[in-house]
Design a protein around this ligand. Structure first.
Ligand code: BEZ
Length: 390
């Protein structure tokens, strides 16, 4: 046994002397494997596609490499199904041996992904899912986010609505994102003197909204706050208008309600006011260049999801540049990611101690196919990161 080890050691020394790469060096020079776990089917399919487009746009702008290494993708459609999440992420980590996990959209799927990432010490960058826990009690050195917590846009919206209205009803899908979004809205709305008089929920991704619209009409609150995104958001807004509520009870939500969905909503979406960390018409050169590049590559206008995907690649690129592409230098890579300042199309941002963006939130108004920026509603909003011990 000892003789075999000695022989292997000698072979390794000889290989180094001859300039042949050791395993660690090979790791820093071969292709970097990125596991893209996102929804490509179901109500969040458009969100997964936009994130993928944004991510790949940045890689293309960087000559197809990050930290000097070419990129290889292993892509999984997670279907926004938490029940399949552990099996999906296990395949990426244990069968395909990806260097980095990038995903996902749905908070429930992201929680399962992050558990496997934590157990296997795999670097994970979350380009959307807002689950508060991931940068709260479950925060971890190997987990980074380029999007938001569910609390952040909800809190910003609640602050604004609380200055205008005294009562509100919330309606959300019943899973982490919906629940946390309603909680964030309520916290700010009630701090401003309002009262959330009823909290309604329906299972994800159901779109049978009629009974809820009837209940809202009978309660007659001054405002309604909802969390829906993707295909479900378009259906809700159309149903809200068809029920005759649009002109009598102002409808608010985090900007996921109207990002990437305005075309499908038609007239029903026009004039809706939402809060988000991205908007159309931001006056910054980075955004202008990003939008021109996106239009050229995909013949489409980008939305917040494309921005978050682009920034996930930017963040990873910033870290890999410091470790010269050696993703195996985990501690150095994490330090570099923590220190990164991201020139995002949304405006510059840095990461909190819990690895979540500290960023401005914009009030936007739907006009045509744009969510036009009205004003910055909260500047430099950091998630409170309750329970994070880092
Ligand atoms: C979430 O599940 O965290 C989420 C999904 C769509 C848009 C925003 C958040």
């Amino acid at each position: 046994m000892t003789r075999i080890r000695l022989a292997l050691g000698l072979v390794a020394i000889a290989a180094l002397a001859m300039g042949v790469a050791s395993p660690a060096q090979a790791q820093a020079t071969g292709k970097l494997k990125i596991g893209l776990m996102l929804p490509y089917t179901g109500t969040y399919a458009a969100l997964g596609n936009a994130i993928t487009n944004g991510f790949k746009q940045y890689i293309a702008e960087s000559g197809g490499k990050l930290g000097g290494r070419e990129i290889e993708y292993v892509v999984v459609d997670d279907e926004s199904d938490p029940a399949k999440a552990t099996e999906n992420v296990d395949k990426l980590v244990k069968r395909d041996h990806v260097d980095v996990l990038v995903g996902t959209v749905h908070s429930g799927v992201a929680l399962a992904m992050a558990k496997v990432a934590r157990e296997t010490n795999t670097l994970m960058i979350d380009p959307n899912a807002g689950a508060d826990e991931l940068t709260g009690p479950l925060c971890a050195p190997n987990f980074f986010r380029t999007s938001f917590t569910n609390w952040q846009p909800a809190y910003a919206m609640g602050e604004y609505a609380g200055k205008k209205h005294k009562s509100a009803v919330t309606l959300t899908w019943k899973y982490a994102a919906g629940q946390q979004s309603a909680d964030g809205f309520k916290e700010a709305f009630e701090k401003a003197g309002g009262k959330v008089v009823k909290e309604l929920t329906l299972p994800f991704p159901n779109v049978e909204f009629q009974p809820f619209l009837t209940e809202i009409a009978s309660i007659k609150p001054e405002a309604v706050y909802v969390f829906f995104a993707g295909g479900g958001a378009a259906k809700f807004v159309k149903d809200y208008a068809a029920a005759g509520l649009k002109n009598s009870i102002p409808l608010y939500g985090p900007g996921f309600l109207t990002d990437g969905t305005l075309e499908a909503m038609g007239d029903a979406g026009q004039g809706l006011v939402t809060a988000l960390h991205y908007a159309d018409g931001l006056d910054n050169p980075k955004d202008k260049a990003f939008r021109a590049g996106y239009l050229k590559s995909y013949q489409a206008q980008p939305d917040v999801y494309a921005v978050q995907g682009y920034d996930a690649a930017q963040l990873l690129g910033a870290g890999l540049a410091v470790v010269k592409g050696d993703a195996g230098r985990k501690d150095d890579l994490i330090k570099a990611l923590e220190a990164a300042k991201i020139e995002s199309p949304r405006g510059p941002f840095s990461l909190s101690r819990a690895h979540n963006p500290v960023q401005d939130f914009y009030l936007r108004k739907a006009d045509g196919r744009d969510n036009k920026v009205v004003e910055t509603v909260v500047k430099g909003l950091a998630d409170p990161a309750r329970g994070c011990k880092m």
